[in-house]
Design a protein around this ligand. Sequence first.
Ligand code: IMP
Length: 430
Amino acid sequence: MGVTAILGGQWGDEGKGKIVDYLAKDADIVARFSGGNNAGHTVINDQGEFKLHLVPAGAFWPQVLCVIGNGVVVDPDALLDEISGLQKRGIDLNGRLVVSERAHLVMPHHTVLDGLSEIAKGSQALGTTGRGIGPAYTDKAARIGIRAADLSDVDALLPRLESVLDHANAIITKVYGGEALSLEEVFDSCKRWSENLSPFIGPVEHIVYDAVEGGKTVILEGAQGALLDLDHGTYPYVTSSHPTIGGAQTGLGLLPRQIDAVLGVFKAYSTRVGSGPFVTELLGETGDTMRERAKEFGTTTGRPRRVGWFDSVVARYSTRVNGYTSLIINKLDVLDDFDSIKVCSHYELDDEVVWDFPGSAGALERCTPVYEELPGWDGTTAGVTKLADLPDEAIAYVRRLEELTGVPVDMISTGPHRRESVEVRSVIQT
Ligand code: IMP
């Protein structure tokens, strides 16, 4: 029994949703701890294909309690739409979903401010998902956020909402020349959210603590990835939360001793959405082939993802930040048709050899990748479920990733469906 964190090792979109859905068969709780509906987790199982943004990917196993922790920012309308969309497809979350009373809400002014600030930044824009995530975390830190608990007494909330909205409207109108939001309309939304979301709001920290101490199996579902972490990522081209292991603790009120395993999820190559340095990016025909093969278009925004070779400088850094006990390599099948496959072992920067990921975005922009070239494989990995059925070269590729990162691989994913998975060792701590 234990607590296993499933974390994104790169820039998000590593396929964590599929892995959580697969592993949740043995879980009692699946808990999100950071980010918001900027995340987009695709899950394909025997019930169909689902795109989740806030609801944890444990939703498809009836024994699983889905939890949204205090570290998540929750857009109430997005969550309610997701709950009812799942309900229509036979996934009932009543009594199976708890949102922390301490979770901050993504308010309508946050979404407006996200859009306006991106436009104002012009060529310096971050390429956010436009879901209001940065402004929601900004208000949380500025202590002018609205939390799920506030929906339990909307009349008491009104005076604070008025002052919060005055502040937001001043920025919207005076800084950006936008249109002010109406207090009445936002308050009406709060009343509606209070009515519809209240049954899902509860004391998450206590529920999770009691479950862990009672020996239950808990999966911590990461969103985004280590390189998008506000502190550890490629700042300023990051998200505004902590998708790393520290975020899992503060985002759920967990104790360090309660986390038993940390699984780092990586694609067999790299992708990134939005602006920012990406040393192994492929801009030519190889990149286009990889993008099309892998259908690399954002789940949340539909934007084409930037693609590149596996970067072990990134992977070693992300391992250092998160302390992975093992790795999961996703989308190996995307590399099936390549004659040879490159892996970046280290960088060169101003004629110096660089093994450790630089902290400055400027330095990263000047880094060039140094590649090893490994042979591609005859045959296919797509849909393979047993290690022995993988081509030797594909196994050799995965082994090389283990050597370059210093962490054993527990599982390989060979397709989007839950069943297209190869267990290399036992993955969940029992
Ligand atoms: P924000 O989180 O919407 O503020 O966006 C900040 C940066 O993080 C942008 O580059 C986004 O593309 C990126 N980002 C946010 N969420 C995800 C995700 O779930 N997958 C990949 N990139 C993301």
